[in-house]
Design a binder for this molecule. Sequence first.
Ligand code: ATR
Length: 270
Amino acid sequence: MDRYAVIGHPVAHSLSPRIHAAFAETMGMALTYEALDITPENFAARLAELHGAGYLGLNVTVPHKQVAARAAEHLAERAAHAGAANTMIHTPKGWNADNTDGAGLFADLRNNLHLRLAGARIALIGAGGAARGVIAPLLAARPARLVISNRSREKPQQLAARFARLGLVEAATHGDLTRQRFDLVLNATSAGHRGLAPELPDALFAPGGTAYDLNYGPAATPFLDWARHSGAAHTSDGLGMLVEQAAESFRLWRGVRPPTAAVLAALRAD
Ligand code: ATR
C-alpha cells in the first residue's frame, strides 16, 4: 500500500491522519497515512530512513519545517520563499520539498470565506515562520496594502526587504497601527499557544473587516475573542487553512486535489 506520514514533535494530536484518510476514501484511493513522532536529534537519520522505506510523501510540522527545507534534494520556489517546508515528495534521488501553507491560507480565504483580497488592506501580525510562509501568496493577490506588524521592528523590516521583489510590504510595530483600518487582520503570532492575544490597538477593523487566526482550536481563541470585542465583523480560525494545505499536499503526491468541504464540516462539527 502507498505510504504517507506526518512527522513532528509532538505529533500525536495532529489532525492530518484523519484529513488524509478522508481524502483517500473520497477519492477511492488505497493508502496509509501515519503520525510519526521524530525528535530534532533524530531528524536527518529518520528522514533518510523514511525515504529508504519507500514512503511516497510526508507532511512536516513543528518543529521541523525549516530543517526539512534545508535537508531536501530540491526545494520548490514557494518553500524557498517561506524558508520552510511542510510537504516532502519522494523522488528516486531523494526528497523534494514544497510548502503548501500559503496556498492553503489563500484557498481558505477565497473559496471558503469568500474574501476578496485584491484591493484589500491587510495586516499580518507576527513576523516569525508562520508569517513568512504566507507573504508571497498574499502579495500575489494584489492587496491595496500588506503591513507586517510585530512587537519589535527588525523582524518585519527584514521580511519586507526579503519580499520587496514580489511587491510592496510595509513593516510596522503594533503601536504604528493606531488609527489605521484594515479589511483583514491575520494573526500569525505564537501568542495563542500561551493563551495570549498580541497586544494591538483597538479599532483596527474597517467596517465589515475580518479577523483570521492561522492557528486553530484553543490557540486561536484569545485573538478571535479580542477581535470580536474590537469590532471585527467576521472571524475565523485556521482550521480551513489546515484542510486546504492538506489538499494541496495530496495533489502534489497524487496528482488530484480532493474536495475539502465535507472534511472541513466534519472537523468543525466535533
Ligand atoms: P512561528 O514560526 O510559529 O511563527 P516564531 O518564529 O517563534 O514562531 O515567531 C513567533 C512570532 O509570534 C513572532 O513574531 C513573535 O513576536 P516577537 O518577534 O516580537 O517575539 C510573536 N509573538 C510571540 N508571542 C507573542 C505575544 N505574546 N505577543 C505578540 N507577539 C508574540
